[in-house]
Structures are given as C-alpha cells and as structure tokens.
Design a protein around this ligand. Structure first.
Ligand code: ADP
Ligand code: ZN
Length: 434
C-alpha cells in the first residue's frame, strides 16, 4: 500500500502559506460570528474584543472560548449562523445529560466534511478499488454518514452496515471482500471475536486497514487489533461540534493524527489557567472552525487531552499532528485525588495478554472513594485450578496498580459475561454522581 494524498495542495502546503490562508479564513469567521451569532457577539462584547482586533493568528488568544454548556444554553439554534433555508442537514451529540447539542450543516459544510473524510480514507490507502464497510452507527451520530459520504467521494464501494447485527457484518465483510473497516475500536474488538467464532478463517478476508475512532483507545489496543484482524489499525478523530470524524486522521506512517488545518485551527491550552501551551505539551484541545457556514465555532473547548507536533511527515503532509487522545477531561476519574483514565486499565490488561473487556465502578463509601474493576477471564483461566486463579488475580491487580498508582477492588468474571459495544463503549459507572 503506497502513500497517497487526496488534496496535495492543501495537505502538503508550505506552512507559511497555510498560516496566511488560516489568518484570512479566521478573520472571515470572526466577522461572521460577530455579525450572526448573538451569543458569541455578547461574549466578544463582554471581553471588549472587536473583529478588527484580529490581525495575526496569535491574536486568536484575545477571543473568548465556547463550551458545550454555551451550546446547550442556546439550544437548539442559538448558534446557527446561516438561514435555516440554507441548512441541509443536522447532526447531534449523544449527550446523556441536559440538552443535546444540535449542529446544522450547509451544502458547503457537507462538501468540506466529505473532502476531509476523502483525505482520511486516501491517507490509509483507500481508493476507487476499495471496499469500505461503515460499521459506525448511521443517524444523528456523525460517524456513519460521515464515513459513508467520504468513501463515496473517493469512489470506493460502500457497505453501509451501520452498527449492530454482528453476524451479518462478518458475513458481508467476508463475502464482499471488505478492505477498509470504519468503526469504534470497541466494536472492532467485538468483530474480531465474532470472526474467530465464525466458520471463516482470517486468511479468507481481504481486510487491510481499520479506521477506528470516536472514543479513546491505547497503543496496546492498536497492537491487539492489528494482530487479531491482521490489518493496519489507524486512528481518526472528530467531534460533532467541529464537524464530525476526519477533523484529524492518522496516515499509514501511524505517527500522530494530521489535522485538517485549512479548515480547523487547533490550540492546546492549560485547562485550569486557560493559557495557550507550547507544542509538545499535553493540555486541552481547542478548535476554531475557519471555513464553516452553518455553525462556525471559535475557540471551542473540546475537553479532549492531547499535544501537537509540527514538521513534515514521512508521507509528505505538512499539517500539524495531534497525539493520540489521552482521555476526555470528563472521562477522567479522580479517585482519592489521583487521575485515572479507563484506557490505562485497557493497556494493563493487554500487557497481561488478556482481552480488554472490563467495567469500572466508582463509589464513595464512608467519604472514601472506592474503585472496583471487573475483568473477564479467558476460557483457559476459567478452567484452571482455584489456586492458580488466585495467582492470576494477584498478577492482574499488581499490573493495574502499577499503571494507575492506587489500590482498588478486583472482580474476576466469567468469560464473555461483560457487555460488548457496537458503538462507543461505556465502561465506567460513577455512582458518586448520584
Ligand atoms: P459526544 O461528546 O456525545 O461523544 P461526539 O459523537 O461528537 O459526541 O464525539 C466526539 C468525542 O469523541 C470527542 O470529543 C472525543 O472525546 C471522542 N473521540 C472522537 N474520536 C476520537 C479518537 N480518535 N480518539 C479518542 N477520542 C475520540
Ligand atoms: Zn503522515
């Protein structure tokens, strides 16, 4: 699979020239938001910033932030900056608490998104001859339709299975010779299990690349999926508020995710002081959309933690790259003052050669945080003598404690007894929030 580039002009642009393009687009977006987005105009007025104050890219730091709460407060259409007649689609976040967030897209917004998705698929070797299976959910969630439209744009054969019906997914993947699989890493693992349980052998599949995203996953999980599915597993990132999947993506080189910088301008800030952080430092990712019409967003706080790296990639792209997402500030568990991310448990289990099927329950008992981790045993472990199970239990506990640095209660469960996920996984139950 050789390196291909969908849009060399924008993906391989001279960085100085790109900065000029970004500045022009940023100025236009600031003017648009100030004129058409009443809640953001109020924020700018309160901060004493006028559109003409933005003269360099660094001036972006003068602009106020937007948060998910702002979008919720102005549900459903308070941030719309185009006439409803010019909107052609909406998508919405999965938001479990409070109002959902509705984003509207104009024709041009969808066109940009499709271009970005086409770039992402091309960067993992997909083309007109590829068979792309889209196993992200279709609907209000951006994953399904986003991947679908991009795959169609490059002229690939699209298999729109959406999430679910795992048996049929495997059969179609086998019978149609799927080359590229788009889904969440959790679902990819579930599909790997289903393939192993199917009458087919892995050699009968044509699968070459998985484009996995929509939730945090670890390098260990990547290695596991590459082995289990005999593919290259690559990361794709996005969020509804900014557009959807393909805001950034990993190329075949597999080092960081290329940000589609001509459309989405990234910054990293310290989530406590809100001050910009230099390249290489981990902090909260903030995006300004600089070409959007429907719902442009300036300095949107994603709550996702990562770092940025500049420099030309081996693939030839000159775009800034984001590291893997370490977690969401709202996914991070603070247990007795220590920060714990679910992906750390995932890594620990994979280090032990176990499947990363687990559930975390956190509660506060007598004013003390307690964490329980349920872990699934393999069939082999399950049939072992009790004494050996105790030894295994100790090994698992030690490995996890080494990584997260706090003690917790471990509960071993029967094989295949914990939930599997067809979309984004939900592995944390935080009972302290009752
Ligand atoms: P929701 O906030 O309801 O989950 P979205 O479906 O728009 O809404 O999901 C966007 C979020 O999903 C991102 O902010 C990020 O936390 C997560 N996400 C998306 N892609 C990735 C990825 N490749 N790695 C880690 N997290 C991701
Ligand atoms: Zn690259």
């Amino acid at each position: 699979m050789e390196n291909r580039i969908w849009d060399p002009i924008h993906e391989c642009m001279d960085p100085e020239q790109r900065r000029q393009l970004q500045l022009n687009r940023l100025k236009m977006t600031v003017a648009r938001c100030y004129a058409l987005q009443a809640p953001y105009r109020a924020k700018m007025d309160a901060a004493g910033v006028k559109p003409e104050d933005i003269q360099t890219l660094e001036d972006i730091a003068l602009l106020p932030f937007n948060t998910k709460q702002d979008l919720r407060d102005h549900y459903p259409k308070g941030y719309f900056a185009a006439d409803q007649a010019d909107m052609v689609r909406i998508h919405s976040t999965s938001g479990t608490t409070g109002n959902p967030v509705i984003m509207g897209y104009t024709h041009k917004d969808l066109d940009v998104w499709q271009e970005c998705m086409a770039r992402a698929l091309t960067s993992v070797g997909a083309d007109q001859t590829s068979v792309v299976q889209v196993s992200y959910g279709y609907g209000l969630f951006t994953g399904g339709l986003g991947a679908h439209d991009g795959a169609q744009r490059i002229g690939a054969l699209v298999i729109p299975t959406s999430g679910g019906n795992t048996h049929r997914q495997v059969q179609l993947m086998h019978d149609m010779g799927t080359t590229h699989l788009c889904c969440t890493p959790s679902y990819a693992l579930y599909l790997a299990e289903a393939i192993e349980a199917s009458p087919y052998s892995l050699e009968e599949f044509k699968l070459r690349v998985g484009l996995f995203g929509a939730e945090a996953w670890s390098e260990d999980m990547r290695a596991e999926l590459e082995k289990r599915l005999n593919i290259k597993a690559r990361d794709i990132y996005g969020l509804t508020e900014v557009t959807g999947p393909s805001v950034s993506m990993q190329c075949l080189e597999g080092v960081g995710m290329h940000v589609q910088e001509d459309h989405f301008y990234p910054e990293i800030i310290d989530p406590d002081t809100l001050k910009p952080l230099p390249d290489g430092q981990v902090g909260e990712l903030v995006f300004s959309t600089i070409s959007k019409e429907g719902v442009p967003l300036l300095r949107y706080r994603t709550r996702d933690l990562c770092s940025l790296t500049r420099g030309t990639c081996v693939c030839g792209r000159t775009t800034v790259r984001m590291s893997r997402i370490l977690g969401r500030t709202d996914d991070m568990l603070i247990i007795r003052g220590v920060n714990v991310f679910p992906t750390q448990i995932e890594s620990a289990l994979l280090n032990l050669g176990m499947e990363p099927n687990y559930m975390i329950t956190v509660d506060r008992i007598n004013n003390l945080d307690q964490m329980q981790v349920e872990v699934e045993m393999s069939d082999a472990m399950f049939s072992d003598e009790m004494r050996q199970v105790e030894a295994v239990e100790n090994r698992i506990r030690k490995e996890i404690e080494n990584i997260i640095g706090i003690s917790f209660k471990l509960k071993l469960c029967e094989p295949k007894s914990l939930p599997r996920f067809e979309g984004k996984s939900k592995r944390v139950k935080d009972l302290r929030k009752r």
